[in-house]
Design a protein around this ligand. Structure first.
Ligand code: NAD
Ligand code: MG
Length: 402
C-alpha cells in the first residue's frame, strides 16, 4: 500500500472526527492517520489510537495523559503523548504529515488552525468558528503560506463543488464578477414549525434533536437557533471572498440541496446528496479525486418535493445578529461568537432559558458598540477581545439565571 497522505485530526473524538476516521478506514486506504487529539473521552481516544496505530496523540492535561496510559491495553507500541493546547500549535509545524482535519469545536480550535495555515498544510476545515472570529487573518495566512483549504461544512463543500471548475483554482479570489448570488440552504432546524411563543419552553434535549443531521451538542443548539446558519454566512464570506449582499439564506427543509451558486448568465449550479457528513468529508479527503463512501444515492422518484422559504428573522434573531456582526466587522464577530459560546453552554447546563440565548448575544454586541474599538492585528488581540467579551456575557448571564 502506498501512502499518499498523512493526516492529523484535531478533535478526533467528536462527531466530525469520528466520521472522518470511519470514512478513512473504509474508503481511503491511501491515507494514514498520523495523529489525533481530544479534550475529553480518553477511552474513545485510546481505542482510536490503537485501531489506527497513530504515531502522536495530544491530550489536554497530565491527568488525561496518566489516564491514557492506564487505559492502554494493546501490545502495539504506545504513541508519543503530548499535553496541552500549545502542543496542538507546535505539532502543526511537524513535517511528518501533510493534512490537518480541523474538527475542534469553538474558538478553542483557532490557534491550531492558524498554525496549520502558517505551516502550509492542506486543511480540511470543519471548525467554522475559526472563520467567524479570525476570517481575515486565517485567509491571509492560507494565501501567504500557500496552505490549501477544503471546507468540510456541508454547505461550503457544496459551494466549493459548484464553484470549482468555474474558477481558475481553489483560490476563489476572482469569482465575484461571475457570481450573482450564493444561495446558502438551511434545514430550518427542529423548531421551524414552532411558534415564537413556544420557544420559551425548549429544553436542551429537544434542541439537540436535529431532524436531518446528528452532530455535537454545541452545533446542534446553534442549528436550532439558526446561529449556525449565521456563522455559515460569515464562513461563506471569507472562504469565497464574496460580498455580503450576494449571500442569501434559503430554508430548504428536505436538506437535499446543500447550497447553490447562481451565475450572472442565469445558470444555477447546485450540489445535491443525502444529508450525511460522509459526503463532504470524503470529498475533502479525496480532493480532487472523488471516492466511494457508504452514504448511498438519491432516488429521485422518491423525492416528493423540494421546498424553499425565506428564513424567519423575527423567530430566529440569531441569524440577523450574525448578518449584522459581519457588516459591522471582525470585532463584532468575535463578540458574537464569545457570547454565543457562553450562552449555549449555559443553556446546555440548564442554567438559562432557550430564549435568553439571543438576548445575551444582543446585549454583548450593544456593550461592545459603546466601547472604543479594539485593534485586531494578531491572534493575541483576537483572544483578548474574546476573553473580555466572555466575562461580560458571564456577568450578564448571572442576572438572568433560572
Ligand atoms: P463535537 O463536540 O462532537 O467534537 C468536538 C471535538 O473537539 C472533540 O474531539 C473534543 O474533544 C474537541 N475539543 C472540545 N473542546 C476542546 C478544547 N478546548 N481544546 C481542544 N479540543 C477540544 O463537535 P462536532 O459536532 O464534531 O463539531 C466540530 C466542529 O465542526 C464545530 O466547529 C462544528 O461547528 C463543525 N461542524 C460540525 C458538523 C457536524 O455534523 N457535527 C457539521 C459541520 C461543521
Ligand atoms: Mg453546515
Amino acid at each position: 500500500m502506498s501512502t499518499s497522505r498523512r493526516v492529523f485530526i484535531f478533535g478526533s473524538t467528536g462527531s466530525i472526527g469520528k466520521k472522518a476516521l470511519e470514512v478513512i478506514d473504509n474508503f481511503h486506504e491511501d491515507i494514514e492517520v498520523f495523529g489525533i487529539s481530544a479534550y475529553s473521552r480518553i477511552d474513545c481516544l485510546v481505542a482510536q489510537a490503537i485501531k489506527y496505530r497513530v504515531k502522536v496523540v495530544i491530550v489536554p492535561s497530565t491527568q488525561s495523559k496518566e489516564l491514557f496510559y492506564e487505559k492502554w491495553t494493546s501490545d502495539n507500541p504506545i504513541p508519543k503523548l503530548l499535553v496541552g493546547s500549545q502542543s496542538l500549535v507546535d505539532i502543526a509545524y511537524d513535517n511528518s504529515y501533510d493534512t490537518v482535519i480541523a474538527a475542534i469545536v469553538g474558538i478553542a480550535g483557532l490557534p491550531s488552525a492558524l498554525a496549520a495555515a502558517r505551516a502550509g498544510k492542506r486543511i480540511l476545515l470543519a471548525n467554522k468558528e475559526v472563520l467567524v472570529v479570525a476570517g481575515d487573518l486565517f485567509m491571509q495566512y492560507v494565501s501567504y503560506y500557500k496552505a490549501e483549504l477544503i471546507p468540510i461544512d456541508s454547505e461550503h463543500s457544496a459551494i466549493f463543488q459548484c464553484l470549482y471548475g468555474n474558477a481558475n483554482s481553489i483560490n476563489f479570489k476572482k469569482i465575484e464578477n461571475n457570481v450573482r448570488r450564493i444561495l446558502l440552504t438551511a434545514s430550518g432546524g427542529p423548531f421551524l414549525e414552532y411558534s415564537t411563543d413556544s420557544l420559551q419552553d425548549i429544553t436542551p434535549a429537544k434542541a439537540c434533536l436535529h431532524p436531518k443531521w446528528s452532530m455535537g451538542r454545541k452545533i446542534s443548539v446553534d442549528s436550532s437557533t439558526m446561529m449556525n446558519k449565521g456563522f455559515e454566512v460569515i464562513e461563506t464570506y471569507w472562504l469565497f471572498n464574496i460580498p455580503i449582499r450576494k449571500i442569501e439564506v434559503l430554508v430548504h427543509p428536505q436538506s437535499i440541496i446543500h447550497s447553490m451558486v447562481e451565475y450572472i448568465d442565469g445558470s444555477v449550479i447546485a450540489q445535491l446528496s443525502k444529508p450525511d457528513m460522509g459526503i463532504p468529508i470524503s470529498y475533502a479527503l479525496g480532493f480532487p479525486e472523488r471516492t466511494k463512501n457508504e452514504v448511498g444515492f438519491i432516488d429521485f422518484k422518491d423525492l416528493m418535493k423540494l421546498e424553499f422559504y425565506q428564513p424567519d428573522f423575527v423567530k430566529f434573531p440569531c441569524l440577523s445578529l450574525a448578518f449584522d456582526a459581519l457588516k459591522l466587522g471582525q470585532a463584532h464577530c468575535i463578540v458574537l461568537n464569545a457570547a454565543n459560546e457562553v450562552a449555549v453552554e449555559a443553556f446546555l447546563n440548564d442554567s438559562i432559558k432557550y430564549t435568553s440565548i439571543p438576548k445575551i448575544i444582543e446585549e454583548s454586541i450593544n456593550w461592545y458598540e459603546k466601547k472604543t474599538p479594539y485593534l485586531l492585528n494578531n491572534l493575541d488581540d483576537i483572544l483578548h477581545l474574546d476573553m473580555v467579551s466572555r466575562s461580560f456575557a458571564y456577568k450578564n448571564l448571572s442576572s438572568i439565571m433560572k
